[in-house]
Design a binder for this molecule. Structure first.
Ligand code: NAD
Ligand code: ZN
Ligand code: ZN
Length: 235
């Protein structure tokens, strides 16, 4: 995807020109917007004065062009950009979830707090393998603990909506990541990304169980923060 488009070209797609820089700092490099970017990597070519800062088209936040380009190069370079201030997403955000499988089915039992419906069980399976481009240490192995991981949603209208959005999140590689587990401290391992799942069915020993009346609204917010909204679900 986005072959032949340089990081600078990707970033510029989402920017409007700014004629008079306000007397504010760029929140990426903490240097004045009126001055040069604090981000001067060895491969940074000089940019013309009028192009040195830009305004993100939807949210209006201003940054040095070179700061946004450096941020983009630091990510997984998928053609999308996320405003570091307000998290507005430009383009389609994708992640670095390793290859694996997502399956789901309905089980004929009710979750605590959802006595009137059955339950959707999602099963994620990711095998350990070697880190790829977009991972912390490409070429080095990563581990995958606790797979298959089983997760639960109430089989009602809202739960099914969350499921459809999770399927989109899976396709965009946003459910898991590779990094250091905050629970075990292990590095180079598969970890949950920023979309919370319920992994306990009839108990709540870890805090990742039911009942939790705010859960579905919470996960809808977390999906939105990854750029996944109702309008985008396609099944
Ligand atoms: P992590 O500890 O780095 O945490 C990342 C996010 O996942 C955090 O927001 C955290 O709140 C959440 N999280 C942590 N434990 C969770 C759990 N049990 N269920 C749902 N969400 C959880 O993430 P991690 O290293 O991927 O997971 C923590 C540990 O839980 C790992 O050691 C993993 O093996 C284990 N786990 C096991 C199963 C299983 O079915 N056996 C399922 C999930 C997690
Ligand atoms: Zn800057
Ligand atoms: Zn913004």
């Amino acid at each position: 995807a986005h072959k032949g488009r340089t990081p600078e070209e990707v970033v510029k797609k989402y920017l409007q020109k700014v004629r008079n820089p306000p007397e504010e700092d760029c929140t990426i490099c903490m240097e004045a917007l009126g001055g040069p970017s604090g981000y001067k990597g060895p491969d940074m070519t000089s940019v013309s004065r009028t192009e040195s800062i830009g305004r993100l088209t939807q949210c209006g936040h201003l940054y040095h062009l070179q700061c946004l380009v450096a941020m983009y190069k630091n990510g997984n370079k998928d053609g999308s950009l996320q405003c570091p201030t307000c998290k507005t997403i430009y383009g389609v955000k994708t992640g670095n979830q390793p290859p694996g499988k997502m399956e789901y089915h309905v089980i004929p039992h009710s979750l605590p707090g959802h006595p009137d419906c059955k339950t959707i069980r999602i099963i994620y399976n990711i095998p350990s393998s070697i880190q790829g481009p977009g991972h912390p240490d490409p070429g080095k192995p990563f581990t995958a603990r606790g797979f298959p991981r089983h997760c639960y949603l109430p089989d009602n209208e809202k739960g099914r909506k969350v499921l459809r959005m999770l399927l989109v999140a899976w396709d965009r590689r946003l459910i898991f990541s590779v990094g250091t587990s905050s629970t075990t401290g292990e590095s180079d391992t598969v970890i949950w990304n920023e979309i919370h799942h319920k992994t306990e069915f009839g108990s709540n020993l870890t805090g990742h169980g039911y009942p939790d009346p705010g859960y579905l609204d919470n996960i809808l917010q977390e999906l939105k923060a990854q750029g996944i909204t109702e309008e985008e679900e396609k099944l």
